[in-house]
Design a protein around this ligand. Structure first.
Ligand SMILES: Cc1cc2nc3c(=O)[nH]c(=O)nc-3n(C[C@H](O)[C@H](O)[C@H](O)COP(=O)(O)OP(=O)(O)OC[C@H]3O[C@@H](n4cnc5c(N)ncnc54)[C@H](O)[C@@H]3O)c2cc1C
Length: 445
């Protein structure tokens, strides 16, 4: 079977850390894999991160070699900027209908020189930097993108075509059309990850209303080596913050979220623990103590859940470094009306039972994990079951967590529930191994 053929051993959907790991595991076993990613680059959320708990290894240093290996592996065909439209199981084979959306830039001609980006006059929202700095309507998604090529956001482009004039290899093509593909696969691995809770659905926290209330992904970008500014600066005035608060469980363990849109699958609340927020907040607090040695960092929490290997020690290390942990649920955040754009947090201190108000100059909301199971709607003649919160339902959580309700369809990473990176990688290995066994049995029968 060649990689140009239309039949693959496995279709892996999603190019985050879990999808890459599943695809690489299968490819190393000599299976032919088609990896489909909806964004213009693979990488998922991990490529946005600064460092990772509990080792504080640089996230990009771990994930970029894996992205290169995935993109270049002789047994993996990678399609980015691609939609999965329909998956039909017939006679033991999955028939898949895909659309490769046009980037309006020919990948084989683009050299990644970014001259087009320099001349483009249109600034649009910047997904990689969590909308903190903006990017051009034609741009490379981020410096570590793979494939590293420019792409045009055609909806936002004003079609001045200045980019065409500066592109020496003539890579830009405004007539590029969507490409529809039909392929077959013997198995499918769903690795479509998760959505972050949109903190606007907790209006009492003021996200989107007060500039100095940010979310944790924005803070991970502010402290990453590929960060947008050369220091941690607060949005309202570019001041270096010196009194930062973390609000844990922002959109997790919370049954009071009334706006149904907050949950992608229509649930009206998010009662579960997102499993990663305590640890990523403790990680960020430690990194901030290094980046801003004079700053005070306070973490407001209900419980600290440091459940993994080395996590409790990591928590203790943060305490030892001087991070202030306060047991109390934040009820409301308001902005001071003295023109400072500082924030006042109102909370009940659980240890004393007293209501308190305290001032901080930057607040980070440790936002939770929500499901994104929209991919299940593409399976038209069989149903991939989801759980009551919209995550992919494992066929048997304890015995075979990587199996789903459809034989031959497996799940990896946070698509089946909140997971940190080590657990996402473990589950991706399990999904690849289950898929390999399934493909072998098909061939033997
Ligand atoms: C602020 C923050 C900090 C964190 N810090 C840490 C840390 O320090 N250590 C740690 O262990 N974990 C950390 N995590 C958790 C970590 O991000 C996750 O464990 C990891 O991203 C899960 O990987 P995944 O591949 O399952 O999902 P994702 O990273 O969400 O990747 C899913 C991929 O699938 C693609 N996709 C989705 N739908 C489709 C579709 N229909 N078709 C094609 N492609 C699709 C997406 O575009 C994406 O590329 C952090 C998370 C956050 C939010």
């Amino acid at each position: 079977m060649s990689l140009d053929s239309t039949t693959y051993d496995a279709l892996v959907i999603g190019g985050g850390i879990a999808g890459q790991e599943s695809a690489l595991n299968l490819a190393e076993m000599n299976y032919k894999v088609l990896l489909v990613e909806k964004d213009v680059s693979i990488g998922g959320k991990m490529i946005q991160l600064s460092k990772v708990f509990p080792t504080l290894d640089c996230a990009a240093c771990i994930t970029t070699p894996k992205m290169s290996e995935t993109a270049r592996h002789p047994n993996i065909r990678l399609l980015t900027n691609t939609d999965v439209n329909e998956i039909v199981k017939d006679n033991g084979l999955f028939h898949i209908n895909l659309t490769v959306r046009p980037t309006y830039v020919h990948a084989d001609l683009c050299t990644g020189c970014q001259l087009c980006e320099e001349v483009c006059p249109k600034v649009i929202e910047d997904k990689y930097n969590s909308n903190m700095v903006g990017q051009k309507a034609i741009s490379i998604a981020f410096s570590l993108a793979n494939p590293k090529m420019a792409a045009i956001d055609i909806e936002q482009c004003i079609k001045c075509k200045k980019c065409v004039k500066v592109c020496a290899p003539n890579a830009i093509d405004f007539d590029m059309q969507p490409q529809n593909l039909r392929v077959e696969a013997k198995s499918v691995v769903i690795a479509t990850g998760f959505n972050l809770f949109d903190a606007k659905h907790k209006p009492q926290y003021g996200f989107g209303q007060y500039p100095n209330v940010i979310n944790a992904m924005q803070m991970d970008r502010l402290i990453a080596p590929t960060r947008p500014y050369n220091s941690v600066l607060r949005p309202s005035d570019g001041k270096v913050p010196d009194n930062i608060a973390y609000v844990l469980c922002a959109g997790s363990r919370d049954s009071s979220i009334e706006n149904a849109e907050a949950c992608t699958n229509g649930c009206a609340n998010n009662p579960i623990c997102s499993q990663i927020c305590c640890m990523y907040s403790i990680k960020q607090a430690q990194l901030l103590m290094g980046a801003l040695p004079m700053a005070d960092i306070t973490i407001y929490y209900m419980d600290i859940r440091a459940f993994g290997k080395g996590y409790e020690e990591f928590y203790m290390q943060a305490k030892g470094m001087g991070v202030n942990f306060v047991k109390g649920k934040i009820a409301k955040i308001t902005e001071k009306n003295d023109g400072s754009a500082d924030l006042v947090l109102r909370y009940e201190d659980v240890t004393t039972g007293k209501l308190k108000e305290v001032k901080h100059d930057l607040v980070v909301l440790s936002v939770g994990v929500l499901s994104d199971s929209s991919i299940t709607q593409t399976f038209t003649n069989q149903k991939v079951e989801i759980d009551n919160l919209g995550f992919i339902q494992s066929a048997h959580e304890l015995v075979s967590p990587a199996k789903t309700s459809i034989e031959g369809v497996f799940v990896a990473g946070a698509a089946s529930g909140p997971k940190d990176i080590p657990d996402s990688i473990l589950s991706a290995g399990a999904a690849a191994s289950e898929a390999a066994g399934y493909i072998n049995n098909l061939s033997a029968n």
